[in-house]
Design a protein around this ligand. Sequence first.
Ligand SMILES: [Zn+2]
Length: 245
Amino acid sequence: MQIIVTLASALTLTMAAAASHAPHWSYEGPEGPEHWGALSPEFAACRTGHTQSPIDHGSFEPKHAVAIATDYHAGPLTLLHNGHTVQANFAPGSTLTSGGHSYPLAQVHFHTPSEEAFNGKHYPMVAHFVHKDAEGHLAVLGIMFVEGAENPELAKLIEHAPKTSAPAQDVAGVTFNPAALLPPDLHVYRYTGSLTTPPCSEGVTWHVALKPVAASKAQIEAIHAIVGHNARPVQPLNGRQLAAD
Ligand SMILES: [Zn+2]
């Protein structure tokens, strides 16, 4: 009887460990981007995928035209830190329309420096607005940041952002407007890519804004202090074509 109990306990522990253990990954060392695809079978696309992100957008002439539009609205501020970035979750009601398809806005998160490159150059920071439609299709809008004037909307996020891993929490009494983080004249490159973090899932429709917005040096440093260096290196284009609006 004792043996059966022990085996059952061991099995329960093993199953619990398997269920709760998302493979660990990072941005440097043995769990860094070059090794993501080998860390877990779930991460295979990081190594074997042919339409991965990010890419260098600088040396490509867009081949097609596409119309995009955002309809973002202010709402409550909900923040989390997932161990890799700080993220604001959004209430339903904001959308990105791309090529006639509408994607509800789910969240925005940050990378320092920008993952996107332009002729080998990176911006000091990028915000990724992640949208997901009812079928689970993902569309991301990347907004680059340059050093300049303080960004009042970003200030709200920095003031309340968790500095280390923390589950989503509402920030009482603060309204956040994602539209305030967009350039006034939004033009993008669009291409088909992937998540830039494991599991590197493909089929993500990427939109990368051509014009940056400003944040102060202190604000960019504040985000960097929270998220660290969290940019995946650029990936081969493999014949993909860019569209632009
Ligand atoms: Zn991202």
